[in-house]
Structures are given as C-alpha cells and as structure tokens.
Design a protein around this ligand. Sequence first.
Ligand code: BJ8
Length: 419
Amino acid sequence: MGDYTKLWTELGVNLEKHDKLCAVLPELYGATYLTQENRPEGMNYFNFVVSEIHGLRIQELDEHKKSGGKVIGTFCVFVPDEVILAAKAVGIGLCAGSQFWVEDGEKVLPRNMCPLIKAFMGAKIGGTCPYFQSCDMVIGETTCDGKKKAWEILEEHVPVHVMDLPQMKRTKDYSSWAEEIKDVIGKIEELTGNKVTVESLREGIKIANAKRKALKRLYDLRKHKSSPISGLDALLISQIAFYDDPHRFVEKLNELCDELDERVKNLKENGKKRLMITGTPMAVPNWKLHSIIESLNAEVVVEETCTGTRYFENEVSEEGETLEDLIKNLADRYLKINCACFTPNTGRIDDIIRYSKEYNVDGVIDFNLSFCHTYAVEHGSVEKALKEKNIPVMHIETDYSTEDSGQIKTRVEAFLEMI
Ligand code: BJ8
C-alpha cells in the first residue's frame, strides 16, 4: 500500500493506533488467503483490493467528496443501496469484523454484547477506520436491540438516520417499510442536494441488481461438486461487495466467474465434505470459521448469512412508471430478507432447507456471534428442521478473538467425522 498519511490525517484518523491495525492485517491475510493452493487468477483483483483496503478506495471516496459527492455508511442489508446510488452518493458497509476494534467499543458499550456492534463502535470512537471517517452520514436500522441503542451513542460522533424496520411481515408492515424508504430518500436528498427521480432510482436498481446477479452467478458455480472456488475466497468477495465501486466489482466478479465456468468443465471431486454456514454475518476481516473449516477436509459451499445469500437473493423489479411504484418494488424485495429479528421467521428455515438441497451439503454449521440473541434463539428451529431432514447440524457461538480457535477446530473435526 502506498503512503496515505496525508489523506488519513485529513480524515482525522488516529494514525498511531491505525498503524497497529495496518500491521496486523497483511499477516492475517497472507496466512489465511495466500497460502491457499490453486486459487483462480481472478482472485488477484480481490487480493489487490485487500492490499489497498485503507488506501486506494479511501482515495476514491475522497475524490468523490471533493467533487461535491457524499459518502453514506450502512450496517445492514435492509438499507436500500438503490436510493443511495440514485442520489449519486457512495454507500459503504461499515460492519466491522476485527477484534482490534472491540476494546475501544467496550469503552462505551457493555462487554456482553455482540462483537459486530462493539467493533463498529470501536472503529468510530477510536478513529481507526478511514471508511467511517469518510462518512457524511450513517443509516442505522431498528433490527436488534443492541444496534438500536448503539445509534444513540454513535450520534454523538456522526449524523445518524435510523430506519424503523418492522419486525413482522403483515400487509401493513409492507406499507410502513415503504414509508421508511420514502423518509430515507428525503434525508439522502437533503444531504446530497440531489433529487431522487424515477430515472435515477431505476438506474440505482439496475446497478444493485447487477451486483446481485454477479454474486448469484458465483454462488451457483459453488453448487458444482467440487466447488471451483474456496469458501474463503467466496466469503472475501461478498465482504468486498459492501465497499467496492459497484460497477468495477461487477465487472471483476463476472471475469472471475468466466474463469470458473472454464474450471468446472474439468473439475474432479476432491472428496471434501460440503458445508453450509447459516446465521450471523461475517464482516471483513472475520475469516475465522471458514479458515478453520477449510484447514480440515471440508469446504464451505454456501453461506445463508447477510454476507452470503441474504445479500443478493431476489432482485428488485425495475418495472413501474412512478417513484411510488419503484419504492413499492424496493419494499417488496427487501421484506423478503429473512433475518432473525423478524417474528415469525419461518422463511429462513425454508431457505436453509432449500439451500441444503441446491448446494448438496453434507452438513450445516449454524454460526452465532456471541450475544446475538435472535439468532441464538432461532437455532432451536433451525436444528429441528434440519434434523427432520436428516441433515447434520452443529451450533457454534463465538466472537472475533482467536482464543477459542483450537476448541472450535476440535469440534468441527468431530462433526466432520460424524457426517
Ligand atoms: S438483516 S443479520 S445485517 S440485522 S448486530 S443482529 S449479529 S446482535 S447484523 Fe444483521 Fe441486518 Fe439482520 Fe443481516 Fe445479531 Fe449482532 Fe445484532 Fe447482527
């Protein structure tokens, strides 16, 4: 990575602390990713993105801001990217996946809280995330209790708009979610000075759909036995989708998929167990579970998570003549996401069963970030439904630290022997 000290200083990054973060990542990435054998050539682009994670992309955001554009941070796949794109702003997913940020987060949040929330909060209050520092506004949502209350603290550091996500899926909830989308459009228009029109929103929908199509293409390739790409690499691509330039991302991912299309023609079965991961998201650089699994005789072939299928399943209809029509299309698509913050949430169980067949999995690991109660409670229903279909399942609850890695490895090994 080049020297971005001037840029980071302008953004108010805590340079001393940030240096420590920058020292950890290359080592972790090298050990986790660059030791994999037979990686597709197309992964070189994604290697490059990681090598410049706090450099080139931040510079792009800076150039966008200097030419009058705005940057908006988000934390949940319910926040519609389409409206951010329609207002010519740049959306950045800010969910944080490193233990590095947890300590600062714990200065203002209880320790017995989900690491994802502690990490994004720590990234902001410690001033160690240039993406966060680049944001003119962040959009939160009322999903889980932890995030809901975290916005109140975050507001002291950056302007926050909170979308009130319904927690049921009745007809009136669809209308209220459409109203929330209208409200956020107003907020974004105010921030950017750009009007969201039928044309610009339709364009935003097209861009977001292209990203979904490319991710779906990648995931469909993973259905091959054996998968032409490791779970680790697929996870990385999903994580990068949240902050890379969407046009470039789609182009590079489609190039990679072209290469994988060729690969699958000569693929031989590698004898590895095929696993699905379900549950809570894995924000960059949380590669812990995939790395453990793929160090054994197994491969992750699908993630039913928000850094997986929940991010790209179901496109938004581009049909409609009015803004109202397009907003309704957005509300309809977004409320198809099956997050455990909804009650009931039987759609998620149906998804898991469907994916287990489509991806031909030998077993499922239900992954739970510590203290994420909604997913922990839902584990019972996930387990019951999978057992009824004779699909082996195990529950892993963990955080971002590496202290329990040995223990998790032993448990996964035993699970693999059992299946
Ligand atoms: S749609 S999963 S991205 S809320 S922060 S709920 S892990 S305790 S991230 Fe999520 Fe949107 Fe749902 Fe997806 Fe649990 Fe942690 Fe809360 Fe979390």
